[in-house]
Write a protein of this length. Structure first.
Length: 160
């Protein structure tokens, strides 16, 4: 029966406990258990690594597909704008008209256009506050206490 990775880890803990119980003395039985456990760990890990590599490959393929679809969307939007421009020119030239069951014309709308953002009164600006993690890390590294933030140590898996 194939063991799960956590079961192999539990066996390692049990073998370590048995080694402690024998005052650190390695017996033939413990040596054999360690060899079997090591082989199972390597076999299971290889399976995990293959799955990770497959997922990485799938992710890259999907990212490329997303890029392809985004480019296709941009192309469709450009073509749509080309046709809209053609209809706009026709309305400008001939006025509103009916085409089949559709009415084609223009309507007047209003939008704010910012010509000089620097000249705007501060009352008309929105501010977005967000933590500056670089400055926070530098301050903590320099020994300063920063309320609401700590540096955490992460362990990141690597596969070479």
């Amino acid at each position: 029966m194939k063991k799960k990775l956590y079961e192999i880890k539990q066996e390692y803990v049990q073998i370590g406990q048995m080694l402690e119980d024998y005052d650190g003395e390695m017996t033939e039985e413990l040596d054999e258990l360690l060899k079997i456990n090591q082989n199972e760990l390597e076999e299971k890990s290889l399976g995990y690594i293959v799955m990770i590599k497959e997922r990485e490959s799938n992710i890259e393929m999907l990212k490329n597909e997303v890029k392809r679809l985004q480019n296709l969307i941009k192309k469709e939007e450009r073509e749509k704008e080309f046709f809209r421009y053609g209809l706009q020119e026709a309305v400008n030239m001939y006025g509103s008209y009916k085409a089949g069951t559709f009415r084609v014309g223009t309507r007047t709308t209003y939008a704010v256009s910012i010509t000089d953002e620097e000249a705007l009164d501060p009352n008309f600006l929105r501010l977005k506050y967000e933590p500056n993690k670089t400055a926070i890390k530098e301050a903590i590294d320099a020994g300063q206490e920063v309320n609401g933030a700590v540096i955490v140590e992460n362990k990141n898996l690597y596969i070479k």
